[in-house]
Design a protein around this ligand. Structure first.
Ligand SMILES: NC(=O)c1ccc[n+]([C@@H]2O[C@H](COP(=O)([O-])OP(=O)(O)OC[C@H]3O[C@@H](n4cnc5c(N)ncnc54)[C@H](OP(=O)(O)O)[C@@H]3O)[C@@H](O)[C@H]2O)c1
Length: 332
């Protein structure tokens, strides 16, 4: 069996538990591509997996890393439309922090020539999540009013751009020093959640009419105010519980009065067919937008793979605006 280098976890815990070590190189099974990874990108799920709080789905690699860009070095049995040397990027159930990773042919996208591998690696998780949240779950319609919490996050920066393409009027909440980028991406009003109450801002700006859609990552502490901020037939899509999961009291009257819908979702544990359909539809509708510069991955910093612990600390300290990318070209 061939060996490769990868970022491994000594025992579940902090960033200091990450180290570069040798492990077996995976062999591509039916429909799988073995990809020489040029770049991967960080996600909050990686932090939780490193801490032992988010095990990979059954059958997935236990190496961290949910997205990659690189070059196909071997195609598994039954692979029809990819060959050695193709530049690809896409979503994985795990295994991205390594010299080589397995990418299913149905989830692979062809890296456009005008994309660096680092740009390509910054796209899958946040753009697919944002597209799914706005369109599949949130049913965003043209010129609707939408609030995107954590607007400067990876998912937030993708969601602002996608909502702008739908001519939505966009409110975001984020730390004040992260507002400029959100405005540049298309936000109409940036709310500093540390000094402003977002529900009051929405009431005032919409003259009490409320919003059509909210994309939320905070959950419990924002739930009541999110409900207050929605208008008739409003939709709330929750993607994370960064603020907490338990709500003590909740009045259901507004749900009936305003005919509200609440959805919660995770992308990682969706069946591959769902992820494939999402990937295909997203790319069909948006490849041209990337080519035209109407969409772009917002990359905060690129770390070398040997700096992986520092990269995790950076993300955990909420320092990033957009994506933190890892260049995996040089190992020890
Ligand atoms: N459900 C899904 O399918 C799915 C898919 C991808 C990601 N996610 C989740 O979506 C969230 C955003 O992901 P991402 O990769 O875009 O994150 P990210 O780039 O790391 O950004 C997260 C940002 O959230 C803000 N934030 C506000 N309150 C926070 C709190 N209590 N703790 C930590 N951060 C807080 C911070 O920005 P400010 O400085 O502006 O507060 C922080 O920088 C994560 O929780 C992730 O796990 C879910």
């Amino acid at each position: 069996m061939l060996k490769m280098q990868a970022v491994l976890v000594r025992v579940p815990g902090g960033p200091e538990q990450l180290y570069i070590g040798e492990t077996l190189c995976p062999a591509p099974g039916a429909g799988e591509l073995l990809v020489k990874v040029a770049a991967t990108a960080l996600n909050r799920a990686d932090i939780m997996q490193r801490q032992g709080k988010y095990p990979p789905p059954p059958g997935a690699s236990d190496i961290l890393g949910l997205e990659i860009a690189g070059t196909v070095v071997q195609a598994g049995p039954g692979v029809s439309h990819w060959k050695e040397g193709d530049r690809v990027f896409g979503l994985l159930p795990g295994g991205g922090y390594a010299e080589y990773a397995l990418l299913h042919q149905d989830l692979a996208l062809r890296t456009p020539p005008y994309f660096s591998d680092e740009m390509a690696a910054a796209i899958p998780e946040v753009f697919l999540t944002a597209y799914q949240a706005l369109h599949w779950l949130g049913q965003l319609q043209t010129e609707e009013k939408v609030l995107i919490h954590a607007g400067a996050s990876g998912v937030g920066t993708a969601a602002i751009q996608l909502a702008r393409l739908q001519k939505a009027q966009i409110w975001i909440s984020a730390t004040a020093h992260k507002h400029t980028i959100c405005q540049d991406l298309g936000a109409y009003r940036c709310i500093d959640y540390q000094t402003e109450d977002f529900a009051e801002v929405i009431q005032e700006d919409t003259k009490g009419q409320g919003l059509n859609l909210i994309i939320d990552f905070l959950a419990a502490p924002y739930l009541a105010r999110n409900i207050d901020s929605l208008g008739l037939d409003g939709r709330l899509v929750m993607l994370s519980m960064l603020g907490g999961s338990e709500v003590e009291r909740l009045n259901l009257i507004p749900f009936f009065r305003k005919r509200l819908q609440i959805k919660a979702s995770t992308l990682r544990n969706r069946p591959r067919l769902y992820q494939q359909q999402l990937t295909e539809e997203f790319w069909q509708n948006n490849a041209l937008h990337f080519a035209q510069g109407l969409l772009r991955p917002v990359i905060d910093r690129v770390f070398k793979v040997v700096e992986i612990a520092e990269a995790h600390r950076y993300l955990e300290a909420n320092k990033n605006i957009g994506k933190v990318v890892i260049n995996t070209q040089e190992w020890l």
